[in-house]
Design a protein around this ligand. Structure first.
Ligand SMILES: Nc1ncnc2c1ncn2[C@@H]1O[C@H](COP(=O)(O)OP(=O)(O)OP(=O)(O)O)[C@@H](O)[C@H]1O
Length: 246
């Protein structure tokens, strides 16, 4: 597997406080990675940096085989280059059907003319059905998105992001507020999605992380404290001390 995202020596301070401190780690192509760490460890700030929302004071963030510097790109350009982000709260168009939400999200030419003369093709409808199957919403395609359960809305939003065909998908606490059955289905969706792209999941729920069954990066005070399997990192004394607040 080749490297898709390379973060090296990244630091960022807010009012003199180093939220990210010489952070370095890599994500490979088609990899599922969990990022954990106590409150304030820098998980959200890392995602803000990778998506161009926050600019670090130093370091490099390189993406893809051409090693594009994400630090020189706008948020829109980074999204176009293939970095998608799922925030904690779902933001689907509640008045639109599941089908239309997915259709609107499909990656396509967004010039004013193409939008004006857009006609739904059978090919697009097929893509929407394939996405719906991927997120377990095939039976819900005609429903208004506002009628979906919290878990179903989260899956729909994941489907809308997948419709953009990102190479790297960043997902913030996908299991929050979900039932056990919904969490299990979310695991399946993320594991499947990570077969064809990199998926980075920030999550507090350790049971959920265990089910992802992937490499884990533990952040603490803006740096990597430990990395490896969940069993490996949770038996690390530094990690134990940090989680127990010692
Ligand atoms: N815009 C900002 N201005 C000032 N301080 C900030 C800003 N963004 C983050 N911080 C601080 O940087 C540190 C890292 O925050 P961050 O949100 O990245 O942590 P986190 O690991 O995502 O935490 P949580 O698990 O609680 O979401 C925290 O101490 C936070 O208060």
């Amino acid at each position: 597997m080749s490297t898709l995202l390379e973060v090296s020596g990244v630091s960022v301070s807010f009012d003199g406080f180093k939220a990210i401190n010489n952070l370095s780690f890599q994500i490979a192509d088609a990899e599922l990675r969990a990022v954990i760490g106590p409150n304030g460890a820098g998980k959200t700030t890392f995602m803000d940096i990778a998506t161009g929302k926050t600019r670090p004071d130093e370091g490099r963030v390189l993406f893809g085989e051409k090693s594009l510097s994400l630090l020189r790109m706008s948020e829109a350009k980074i999204a176009q280059a293939g970095v998608g982000r799922k925030f904690q709260r779902p933001t689907v168009f509640e008045d639109q059907s599941v089908f239309d939400n997915l259709l609107l999200a499909l990656k396509k030419n967004r010039s004013p003319f193409s939008v004006l003369f857009y006609k739904k093709s059978e090919q697009d409808a097929e893509k929407v059905r394939a996405l719906a199957a991927q997120i377990g919403l095939s039976e819900q395609l005609e429903r208004h998105s506002g009628e979906l359960s919290h878990g179903q809305k989260q899956w729909l939003e994941i489907g809308m992001l997948l419709a953009q065909e990102p190479r790297l998908l960043l997902v913030d606490e996908p299991a929050a507020g979900m039932t056990l059955a919904e969490r299990e289905q979310t695991t399946d969706i993320l594991v499947e999605a990570a077969k064809t792209r990199a998926v980075v999941v920030v999550e507090h729920d350790m049971e959920f992380v265990r089910r992802l069954n992937c490499k884990v990066t533990v952040l603490h005070e803006g740096s990597v404290l430990a990395e490896g399997s969940l069993d490996h990192v949770t038996s690390n004394q530094d990690v134990i001390d940090v989680y127990l607040g010692r």
